[in-house]
Write a protein that binds this ligand. Structure first.
Ligand SMILES: [Zn+2]
Length: 301
């Protein structure tokens, strides 16, 4: 029997870019890491260069982005990079950052996918465990919910409903197969509404926000002159955010997820309940020959 193996990257790669919320220019280096290392973030701008594991138990803030932190250090807006790593099936990596937040680039995960592909993805000599959903779990708040059920694939069905003529009700169903992350999800950008901009700026957020890194709507229309990348770009980006947050389980996941109008806070609550030891999920290796997964890595269309 041949089991699916863990992956890291073949060489270090770096880039820099503006961070969405703090507005600072931040340098980012992705470095290969040994088996069972997981994904760790290291702050090079803090004395002693503290690091932290990308894990749901380390989430300290879910306002407008996902932030992980521990004593004296935090790293925010990690979800797009985490989604790219998940989509490219990278298990072990060290992420060095020169500031408190990952760069936003164009607001999607596509620049991160390109960077990971530039570094090349290499198989490691260790079995890869999968988190498999064992029994249904629903977490809800008002009319928002996340429902997980057992499935031998990784599937997400997401529904949003914004009272705006350019968005409205959108639904998208997606499963991770043969490069589908790169083709269908990675390029979907983060989005926001002009009416919320001043309030968020007063809160110290979106200091680096612009039409170059966000899809923005006024009360009536889309402000980005180039339009959407997909007609349903908003709901696809919500799936991107969910994948990034779900990856904080530390393992690739097999299960079906039906989600309505969720966000980082509900994602975080869901992960805590999923992983609380009540038997909703268990980890095990996956027989590669019988798996739905192909050895191909995610490719951008
Ligand atoms: Zn996002």
């Amino acid at each position: 029997m041949s089991y699916s193996k863990q992956h890291t990257i073949g060489q270090s790669v770096w880039c820099s870019g503006v961070a969405l919320h703090c507005g600072l220019k931040v340098a980012l280096v992705l470095k290969p890491a040994p088996v069972d290392h997981g994904i760790r973030f290291l702050r090079t701008d803090i004395p002693g260069c503290p690091s932290i594991r990308a894990n749901y138990g380390n989430v300290v803030n879910t306002c407008q982005a996902t932030t992980i932190g521990s004593a004296g250090m935090a790293v925010s807006t990690i979800e797009h990079l985490m989604a790219a790593l998940y989509g490219c099936r990278v298990d072990n990596l060290l992420v060095e950052l020169s500031g408190p937040e990952a760069p936003i680039f164009d607001g999607s995960a596509a620049p991160y996918v390109k960077l990971i592909q530039k570094a090349s993805i290499v198989e490691q000599d260790a079995v890869r465990n999968y988190l498999t959903i064992q029994k249904p779990l629903t977490v809800s708040k008002g009319d928002s919910f996340i429902m997980a059920t057992p499935c031998d694939e990784f599937q997400v069905r997401y529904e949003i409903d914004y009272p705006h003529p350019c968005v409205g009700k959108q639904q998208y169903s997606w499963s991770l197969k043969n490069g589908s992350f790169g083709r269908e999800i990675a390029k979907a950008r983060t989005f926001g509404f002009l009416k919320d901009v001043r309030k968020l700026q007063k809160m110290g957020l979106i200091q680096g926000g612009s039409l170059a890194n966000s899809v923005v709507f006024d009360d009536h229309e889309l402000l980005n002159v180039d339009g959407f990348r997909y007609a349903d770009e908003c709901v696809r980006h919500k799936i991107l955010d969910f994948i990034g947050d779900l990856s904080l389980t530390g393992l690739p996941v097999l299960g079906s997820f039906a989600i309505r109008k969720a966000g980082h806070a509900l994602h975080s609550r869901f992960l805590t309940e999923l992983m609380d030891g009540k038997g909703y999920a268990t980890s095990k290796p996956l027989d590669f020959e019988s798996a739905y997964l192909s050895p191909e890595v995610s490719a951008l269309a």
